[in-house]
Design a protein around this ligand. Structure first.
Ligand SMILES: [Ca+2]
Ligand SMILES: [Ca+2]
Length: 87
């Protein structure tokens, strides 16, 4: 994907994947999931009103679809899906 998607905090996502395992000690998994949820929600909530409208959810789905559709032919094949799941 060319660097056009200003909404996606790519740098932030990349860093959160590289948290040293030591930092996870004593941290309940639920709070980690809650944190991820908040990030996902903030990314999805395009107008920042604290709620997801149908249009906002649809936009996310479209973005995911476009991300999986590697050759941009408007169709997602099992090959593209597998390539997306296994970077
Ligand atoms: Ca919203
Ligand atoms: Ca395709």
């Amino acid at each position: 994907m060319p660097g056009g998607s200003g909404m996606m905090p790519d740098g932030m996502m990349g860093r959160s994947m590289m948290i040293p395992s030591g930092m996870m000690d004593g941290m309940p998994m639920m709070s980690m999931r809650g944190h991820m949820m908040k990030i996902m929600f903030a990314v999805a909530d395009a107008d920042g009103d604290g709620a997801l409208s149908f249009e906002e959810v649809t936009a996310i789905h479209k973005r995911i679809f476009d991300g999986v559709d590697a050759n941009n032919d408007g169709k997602v094949t099992t090959d593209e899906l597998q390539a997306f799941m296994r970077p």
